[in-house]
Design a protein around this ligand. Structure first.
Ligand SMILES: OC[C@H]1O[C@H](O[C@H]2O[C@H](CO)[C@@H](O)[C@H](O)[C@H]2O)[C@H](O)[C@@H](O)[C@@H]1O
Length: 594
């Protein structure tokens, strides 16, 4: 049985990521890339679907964990009756063509009996590999299809019932190292790598990245952790940015709202990029804009709303029916049918991210501007049509207000790029379209009776994406229509003080069941409060939100206010982006940015 979502922490090498549980078990690890099939998938099933446990043989009295400061190197301390043991977990920064994970067990006090249990299952928890002992009893090699995983350890391990096991005792001052390396199975079995050095390299690499743009202010530590998490979700080689490290963690426990987030959404990636840039990290903007050029290359009409890590287009959604799902939440899915949807907002998010990159000092790039011209030509033809919108509904296309507003943003940022940065373009023509969209939204997207903008033209439903209207500059925060919209959202979409995306009853999303409160939207409400001068409300909500993060500062997509636990994919970029932006906005306004 998996742990609560908040009982996991992420480690990664910016090629892939693993979830390490508070119980010492790595329950999710895709190899070799974020979006590859997992070789440990017990998160979505049972331990027989793959995991790697290192923990005290007897249940510990207490577990404390933390990341080493400014790194993604995790330390878990198990306090037992017999002493204290630390397990240090990390992945080694991108060695050529391989993936390496290190687990170091250190005795801090006393003498503790430990247990190791590795279950290799490739292909999403189903394929039992051939496992052979390495010469000299130093480890095992597991091979299945294209994958080879080698595990080394400082203690003797044995194979039994398709598990690799060990029991050992550790005393204060002792240290035992364990390492895992993935390679394509046609390669030679590698030699044991220097694991201790791997930990130091990982610590050093993360620290030097974090120190490139120091974070100050009241919420610095929280923001720093979010930035490191976002960086961990960016692929080192291609510049692709994934939405979350997992697939199919449910938006409702036991429900069907389980999606694969291990891909690059243009929306989520644009947001991530802006949060990194707002916090002073610019290199990612270069890398991502090159990724974007490659991903969307080709006919503008073929642009997708999401791609694979390296820009792959075929993300066919399928059900992994042999996995029972997280706490029985079925189906488990791989791939994502949203790749085939029309979501007009991505044009605005892209144009905004690239415009903000200029504002942030990223150099002028003619190629990227030419791509933007083509995008606008396409948008001009389709902006008035219905789409699936920011929430990727599966209940049919609608005239979503947020989508139209983001079409307005796309033309607005193009106009500003000409005005502010001297790019060439049919600016008068764009101004006319911008005005046309604005007029249409204000006429068809505002309900005078409700004194609020609504989810879609003619609808009475509300939508938290409307909180983005003042943030993107569609209307000023003191416009009565914005004040009315925020008031309506407060009245109808707040649940225990947090924001729901929309009412799933009236929202026509085409899915059964309900979902939790959406954390990113709740941070957008903080932004709105700050912009409206409601400082006390902003701070109160921000503090209430950050209190939901787990013990190592991580957030999933949603929160279940009834069961009081995180739900949805984890850790999710969207939430961490919204946190960073809200914290920076609060810090700027409060002038405590330091
Ligand atoms: O709610 C239905 C949809 O849920 C997922 O989409 C959500 O996650 C995306 C990635 O973070 C985000 O861009 C989107 O705004 C969210 O609604 C899922 O990926 C979709 O397939 C599904 O239809």
């Amino acid at each position: 049985m998996s742990l609560r979502i908040e009982d996991y922490a992420i480690i990664g090498d910016r090629q892939t990521a693993a979830l390490v549980g508070k119980d010492g078990s790595i329950d999710f690890l895709c190899l070799p890339r974020f979006d590859s099939d997992p070789c440990f998938a017990s998160l979505l099933g049972t331990r027989e679907n793959g995991r790697w446990l290192i923990a005290p043989a007897e249940s510990p009295l207490r577990v404390e964990r933390r990341y080493r400061p400014e790194t993604l190197v995790l330390e878990t301390d198990f306090h037992t009756d017999d002493g204290v043991v630390r397990v240090t977990d990390c992945m080694v920064p991108h060695p050529h063509d391989t993936t390496r994970l290190v687990r170091m067990v250190s005795g801090l006090s006393g003498r503790v009996e430990m247990r190791l249990d590795i279950v290799f299952r490739f292909g999403f928890g189903r394929v039992v590999p051939w496992v052979q002992r390495l010469p000299g009893h130093e480890g095992f090699v597991a091979v299945a299809g294209p994958d080879m995983v080698v595990v080394w350890g400082d203690v003797p391990m044995t194979g039994r019932n398709q598990h690799t096991e060990a029991q050992f005792t550790i005393e204060a001052g002792e240290e035992f190292l364990f390492g895992l390396e993935w390679l394509p199975s046609h390669k030679r079995v590698p030699h044991r790598f220097d694991m201790k050095m791997g930990i130091e390299q990982a610590s050093e690499r993360w620290r030097s990245w974090a120190q490139r743009a120091p974070v100050r202010g009241r919420w610095a530590e929280i923001v720093r952790r979010s930035l490191i998490t976002l960086k961990a979700l960016t692929h080192w080689e291609t510049g692709g940015i994934i939405a979350a490290a997992t697939s199919s963690l449910p938006e409702q426990l036991g429900g069907e709202r389980n999606w694969d987030y291990r891909f690059c959404w243009l929306r989520d990636a644009s947001f991530t990029l802006q949060a990194l840039m707002n916090a002073g990290h610019r290199d990612e903007a270069h890398a991502w804009s090159r990724w974007l050029d490659r991903a969307i290359a080709g006919g503008a009409e073929d642009i997708q709303i999401m791609y694979g890590v390296a820009g792959e287009r075929l993300l066919t959604e399928r059900e992994i029916d042999w996995l029972p799902g997280y706490e029985g939440s079925k189906p488990v899915r791989a791939g994502n049918a949203a790749a085939g949807q029309r979501q007009l907002d991505v044009f605005g998010e892209l144009m905004n991210a690239l415009y903000q990159a200029h504002v942030g000092g990223v150099r002028r790039d003619e190629n990227s501007w030419n791509i933007r011209l083509v995008l606008l030509e396409t948008l001009e033809k389709i902006w008035a049509e219905p789409d699936e919108g920011i929430w990727e509904v599966r209940g049919g296309r609608q005239q979503f207000v947020h989508s139209k507003v983001m079409a307005w943003v796309a033309f607005d940022r193009a106009i500003r790029s000409v005005e502010d940065y001297g790019y060439d373009g049919p600016v008068e023509h764009w101004r006319a379209i911008r005005q046309q969209i604005h007029d249409q939204v204000c006429q068809n997207g505002f309900d005078a009776e409700m004194n609020s903008f609504v989810q879609a033209y003619g609808s009475k439903a509300l939508d938290a994406s409307l909180l983005l209207l003042p943030i993107v500059g569609f209307l000023p925060p003191d416009d009565p229509r914005i004040i009315g919209t925020v008031a309506a959202i407060e009245r109808y979409l707040l649940q225990d003080g947090f924001v729901r995306r929309y009412d799933t009853e009236t929202g026509k999303d085409g899915l059964t069941g309900n979902e939790g409160v959406f954390l990113a939207c709740s941070f957008w409400l903080v932004d709105n409060y700050v912009m409206m001068g409601r400082r006390a409300d902003a701070e109160a909500l921000f503090e209430k939100l950050v209190a939901l993060r787990n013990d190592v500062g991580l957030f999933a997509e949603e929160y279940d206010t009834v069961n009081r636990r995180q739900i949805g994919n984890f850790p999710q970029a969207f939430t961490h982006v919204a946190l960073v932006n809200a914290a920076l906005r609060l810090s700027e306004e409060g002038q405590d940015a330091g």
